[in-house]
Design a protein around this ligand. Sequence first.
Ligand code: ZN
Length: 270
Amino acid sequence: MKLKIGFTDSSNEEEIKLNEQYAKQPDTPVKSLVQVRFPDRNMTLSYYNDKFDLHCGDLVFVDGKLEGLRGIVVDVSYNFKIRLSDYKRVIAVSDTEIKGELYMALSHFIAFDSSVLPYKKVLGWFKASSYEDEEIVVCNDDSSFVLDNLNDMKIGTQIADRGYDYYMQNKVVYICVDNTHGRAIVTGTVPYELEFTYKNGEISNLICDCFCSYTCKHEFAAMLQLRETLKEIEKNYADKFQESNYFAAISKSVLFNFCVNNQNTGSIIF
Ligand SMILES: [Zn+2]
């Protein structure tokens, strides 16, 4: 039996626009002093906010020493008198609201509708979108390999072993293929972004932004996850993939951590 889950927000039926900015918009800021908990550091600190309308449970990024670490708003105060120079600020809020159907595939959920789990939206759960002004250079050689034969990846045994561990630990938190363009997010010390081309069972233009000059463990882990996910799709959801020519897979635990555990409203349909 095929199960499906739909996440809905009863108060808002508007469709998510594909090309919108996925960080929440600072259009109606409400000044506040917020307590932010950082699970990775097991600490809670105060931040000043004048850009957003923040609520408990919001996932935020801040400046200062903990820049780049994800925090959760655990308290919001509107009554305060502070010296601004004493406080660091909230610089981004992640949009963790999901609407649409998700299909189960082992460790991951899969969406076949491109508006459910768009890459940029999910990326915003892992890092603040403040790097967009940076100049990025991408160079690819024209090497390619068959996904079913990863021996052709030219990867050292040790790195392959570590990549396999990453795959087994579900560190390939997100992977999607839109027509032939693939993207993935692999969490290591920091989140890494990967891109590749997938065509007729063959992978080319595989690149990771961890700046390894050789084939890295993130790339190997992503290919293992891609192979697994495509097998599951072929077995259970072939018609859906054929129709959409798109899929996005997200780790079940990530989805629950980001979209369920921190939310106080919303519903799940089984
Ligand atoms: Zn890498």
